[in-house]
Design a protein around this ligand. Structure first.
Ligand SMILES: *Cc1c(COP(=O)(O)O)cnc(C)c1O
Ligand SMILES: [Zn+2]
Length: 475
């Protein structure tokens, strides 16, 4: 495998976009085409920052709607790059797009009822409609664009499945770089693994979980100068900001009361916070929605740190000793994340600090939901018209919980992000619906599930017309 050399250019006065360390005592800046996944000086995460005064910012968000009329231009067709004036780090000729972000915000009365909200007040942002079937494409189009700007020939990621599917589709569709994906063995759903294989990504199954795979791929990328596409990559988060832009667009630029999102590596929640901070700074919105980040109870690092230990952003001076001792104890006790919502089965969320910033900016809350609650909510989402994978349903389950606690009011307008498509993990769906009170599928029982509230089991019947009619009449 050949290596690529990191383009190293220092920030110059003329640049309108650059990379900057998030730590207030560091704030080191780096050129936009440098390949970095953390601050070389202090190790903290990097942000993409812009000199908005010298950029063309829309006077109002509704101005962006004009791009609908020029959608034969692939950049205007893209649900990410239509908003490129709000993530202006790339020259237009470098942009890699495959038509991502054609997603919709949709009401679902049955899901609203389930969550205890007024019918028109629960909206599902259906990111499963992206080309690879998850929200990850919003970020991968931006990371691919940056990889192209930096001249990368190889790009890699560790993944619970969707990041690898997304990287693989961009690699195969754009033909600009080769994809190398690291997955934990036995931890990835078949739908997702099949995508990486079919799109031709070189796939390494590491004997370990996501956190192990990420540790390895970071090392490999550093040694071999390979472009890393995990959400430590700040460009990915720029693309993911557009999920919020599209939500606002669908609501005629009127912010909702709540955004509810599942939390894994916390890239999405981080990018949402950055989106709202920037829109506010630019005077494009006057109110920021509240943010709810929902963990699976079996992968609840954020919940433990935020709710249990009171960890906060603290103007960027987070209590790192608290974080370090949490993780040392996790390792000492050999506690590992375990949930059927594999997309959020994460021990060490890499964007933890940025998520704390988002929670601060958006008056946020953090909750955890059990696998049983997740799968029940998922069945309701499916029955309500749009299916999703287990991790996505954590958002609906979290909204229900916050409604029950009275933190979300019944009249609040709530947007739940459905992060991934139903067909990503058919195994989870079928085992749920095939279970019943006396007979829970071992894969579910193994995760502590002892009841399924909305199972829609297939009915076995003889290959005999009369029997079939008997069954139908008895339904
Ligand atoms: C990646 C992923 C998540 C977790 O998002 P983070 O940004 O890592 O918090 C949730 N749901 C699905 C379907 C995902 O693919
Ligand atoms: Zn730094």
């Amino acid at each position: 495998m050949s290596t690529l050399e990191a383009a190293s250019s220092m920030t110059t006065k003329q640049d309108t976009a650059w990379q900057v360390c998030i730590h207030p005592d560091c704030r080191s800046t780096y050129g936009i085409d440098e390949i970095l996944v953390g601050c070389p000086k202090c190790g903290n995460l990097l942000d993409i920052a812009y000199d908005w005064d010298r950029l063309e910012v829309p006077a109002s968000l509704s101005e962006i709607e004009a791009r609908w009329s020029t959608r034969r231009n692939p950049l205007d067709f893209s649900g990410v790059w239509r908003f490129r004036s709000l993530l202006p780090f790339a020259p237009e000729q470098s942009i890699v797009t495959i038509g991502e972000g054609q997603t919709i915000l949709r009401q679902s009365s049955p899901v609203a009822k389930y969550a205890g909200l007024e019918e028109s007040n629960l909206l599902l942002q259906y990111e499963g409609l992206n080309p690879s079937g998850s929200f990850k494409d919003n970020g991968m189009t931006a990371a691919s664009t940056h990889a192209r700007m930096a001249g990368a020939k190889y790009a890699a990621c560790a993944s619970t499945g969707n990041t690898s599917a997304s990287l693989a589709i961009y690699s195969s569709a754009a033909q600009l770089f080769n994809a190398l994906v690291f997955v934990g063995s036995g931890k990835i759903s078949f739908g997702k693994l099949s995508q990486a294989l079919d799109y031709g990504a070189r796939t390494l199954q590491i004997a370990g979980d996501f956190d192990d795979a990420l540790k390895q791929v970071r090392e490999v990328c550093q040694r071999e100068k390979i472009y890393l596409c995990n959400s430590v990559n700040p460009f990915r988060l720029e693309g993911q900001k557009t999920i919020m832009f599209r939500v606002l667009e669908a609501l005629n630029w009127e912010p909702p009361d709540w955004i509810v999102v599942p939390g894994g590596n916390l890239g999405n929640s981080s990018s949402f916070g950055k989106a709202f901070l920037e829109l506010k700074e630019l005077g494009l919105i006057d109110r920021v929605p509240r943010l709810a980040v929902i963990n699976a109870a079996g992968a609840n690092t954020l919940t433990q740190l935020y709710n249990g230990q009171g960890l906060r952003w603290n103007d960027g001076r987070t209590d790192d000793a608290m974080i370090d001792s949490f993780f040392s104890q996790m390792d000492a006790e050999n506690r590992r994340a375990s949930t059927l919502a594999t997309a959020i089965e994460i021990n060490r969320p890499v964007n933890l600090k940025k998520c704390l910033r988002a929670l601060e900016a958006c008056n946020g809350v953090v909750r955890q939901v059990s696998d049983q609650e997740i799968l029940d909510a998922k069945a309701q989402v499916g029955a309500g018209g749009f299916g999703c994978e287990p991790a996505s349903a954590a958002s609906v389950s979290g909204a229900k919980q916050l409604r029950e606690e009275g933190i979300i009011a019944p009249s609040d307008k709530v947007v739940c992000i459905l992060t991934g498509h139903q067909l990503k993990d058919p195994d989870a769906t079928v085992t749920y619906h095939s279970s019943n009170a006396g007979n829970i599928d071992p894969k579910l029982a193994d995760k502590g599930i002892d009841a399924v509230s909305f199972a829609n089991s297939p009915v076995p019947v003889d290959n005999d017309l009369e029997r079939i009619l008997d069954v139908i009449r008895s339904l």
